[in-house]
Ligand binder design. Structure first.
Ligand code: AMP
Length: 419
């Protein structure tokens, strides 16, 4: 038997209502802040990701689904959205049409990670990108959008963490400070952290290994060595969050995995999903547009993992969705009325109702069972004596009340059902 690829998941009809609900909350809240949807292709040329995310990051270094197409071009299934959005922003000169572009997306992403709880190889993210302003108020706005979405889903156990990585010069200076601090301790670091020491030293803070964290105790912190501008912006982000009642923690160790971040970074953590606890992450990326060949354009964004958010919602039992119900199930009493049933069903559907009927020549009893299974509000009986007298029998499934309605007065049925 052929099975789905490891780390991928089917979303079955029983999962769909929760996804629809999540997507509707996302769209609704982004709309309140006037963000417009963008959709980019699932695959892009590989160099786009290598150049934006950074060669030394986990994503580019080991997790990308990269292959050569028949024309010999190296293409990659998108591991994240920002690179594609920025590519589209430049390619379509969106900046010339609109000085600030506020965009959101919902899309599958692909990373060849070791599958585990909360880590898939095809997963879904929603996110927002505001391209064209360096205002820290937009950093605040995006954190607020992210937070409001999670709150609207009913989640409670949330921690907003923020940090600032400063401008690149600040970061380079700081990296030297950190290198100096860790120089004598390098041999004691884990193998992964030793590699990071040479390639991407900030990421040592991401290490989950206790001995690494012990070695970092007393290290100088980037947040204490910020340039004046980054510090001022960071204060404004904090002020914004305070004004809109979003509790937050400053986490000086929040460095995030991608190379393109500058100044503000943030994450929202859930206490109810286990080890992979980051529901979303983001930050400012003021240099990326230029780095990908566009005019210098400051930007800020975040990406949220939808599977992880739904897991948190499930664990917190934070929302329930009504099981979808149909308006009417048509019950065919006489076998030869099959086509008549289709005709009536069709009229009711075109009038805007959700209708189903039997296609398996089932008995009346079995059709009633179906009507109950689909939580039909009404059953409409087609056949028997009533039909011979030119009537249909409409049964309200909740009250049990039944009434005959002339076949040529379908509008009455529609009105009764819509009432
Ligand atoms: P990132 O783009 O790595 O900053 O991730 C942003 C969010 O996407 C994370 O906080 C997770 O919720 C989600 N995410 C990232 N990688 C995966 C994955 N492999 N499987 C499921 N969710 C993921």
């Amino acid at each position: 038997m052929i099975k789905a690829i490891k780390g991928t998941k089917d979303l079955l009809p029983s999962d769909a209502p929760r996804w629809h609900y999540l997507e509707s909350v996302v769209k609704n809240i982004f709309s309140k802040f006037n963000y417009k949807e963008i959709r980019t292709p699932v695959f892009e040329v590989t160099s786009l990701f290598a150049r934006s995310i950074g060669e030394e990051t986990d994503i580019v270094g080991k997790e990308m689904y990269t292959f050569e197409d028949k024309g010999g071009t190296s293409v990659t299934l998108k591991p994240e959205m920002t690179a594609g959005v920025v590519r589209a922003f430049i390619e379509h000169s969106l900046g010339a049409q609109q000085s600030l572009n506020k965009l959101f997306y919902i899309s599958p992403m692909f990373r060849q990670e070791r599958p585990q709880a909360g880590r898939l190889r095809q997963f879904h993210q929603f996110g927002g990108e505001a391209i064209g302003s360096s205002s820290p108020l937009l950093d605040g706005e995006l954190i607020q959008i992210a937070y409001d979405i999670l709150k609207a889903l009913g989640l409670k156990d949330l921690t907003v963490k923020i940090n600032s990585l400063g401008v690149p010069e600040t970061r380079e200076n700081y990296k030297n400070l950190l290198r100096e601090f860790l120089k004598d301790k390098k041999d004691k670091l884990s193998e992964d952290s030793r590699k990071r020491f040479d390639k991407n030293i900030l990421r040592i803070f991401d290490s989950k290994i206790e001995s690494d964290q012990k070695l970092l105790e007393g290290a100088p912190m980037l947040i204490e060595n910020l340039d004046e501008e980054s510090e001022k912006d960071f204060e404004l982000v904090k002020e914004y969050l305070t004004k809109v009642n979003i509790p937050f923690e400053v986490d000086p160790k929040l460095v995030r995995g991608l190379d393109y971040y500058t100044k503000t970074t943030f994450e929202i953590i859930s206490g109810s999903v286990g080890a992979q606890s980051a529901l979303l992450g983001g930050g400012r990326y003021d240099l990326l547009v230029e780095q990908l060949g566009g005019k210098p354009t400051p930007a800020v964004g975040f990406a949220a993992g939808m599977e992880r958010i739904l897991l948190a919602c499930e664990n917190e039992n934070s929302f329930t969705v009504d099981e979808s119900a149909i308006d009417v199930y048509l019950i065919r009493i006489d076998k030869e009325l099959e086509m008549t049933v289709c005709e009536i069903a069709s009229g009711l559907r075109r009038a805007g109702l959700n209708i189903d009927c039997d296609y398996l020549q089932r008995s009346v009893k079995a059709q009633m069972r179906e009507a109950n299974k689909f939580k039909a509000r009404f059953a409409l009986f087609v056949g028997g004596e009533e039909f011979e007298q030119g009537n249909l029998n409409l049964k309200n499934m909740e009250s049990g009340e039944q009434q005959n309605i002339p076949l040529d007065d379908i509008n009455r049925i529609i009105n009764l059902i819509k009432a």
